[in-house]
Write a protein that binds this ligand. Sequence first.
Ligand SMILES: [Fe+2]
Ligand SMILES: [Fe+2]
Length: 205
Amino acid sequence: MNRTRTIAVLTLVAVLTAAAAYAAGKQHATTLDNLRDAFSVEAVAKARYEAYAAKAAEEGYSGIAALFRAVAMSEGVHGANHAEALKTLGGVAAAEVKPPLVKSTMDNLKVAVRTERNESGKIYPAYVKQAIAESNPQVVMSLKGAMASEGGHARLFSKALKKMEDWKNSVVILVCRTCGYTTDDLELKFCPFCTHPRKEFAEVK
Ligand SMILES: [Fe+2]
Ligand SMILES: [Fe+2]
């Protein structure tokens, strides 16, 4: 191979390598951004529900207070999972959490239902789709786990909103410490999302 041809081949290889790296970088950039956003959303939600729990306890809704505490714990699990997934992409988890706006427990429940439906029905499905397109299994699991949980949160908040008086009584809510799955089904044997056994669930009262 003469010198000119060798230089041409090497240049072509360098260009192709750079193009591949650029493509890979671009691919990750989107899910990286989504994960950073998801981590922030979870951190804000956790702080919001902890504040809502205090308000519910103050208003005498001890069951709703337990539900908010359980969901706050679940959002913490999602945040931790997203932070781990972020690490695999070379990202860093960071969130700015401002003091949440707290209204009456009824209004807080309405905000919670709306927020959880938006997360489970719009935000997470789009993020999951993107992560699947980028063939990133750990990220897909983290996002899917959160998506499944948020749907459950919306159902539980909606249930409480419909019969608030009943939720003045104590309740027990189970939270999967692995994926954040949240339920009031005390007969549950295994997590329907990550299959971990009931004994590994937190019982929030
Ligand atoms: Fe949630
Ligand atoms: Fe789970």
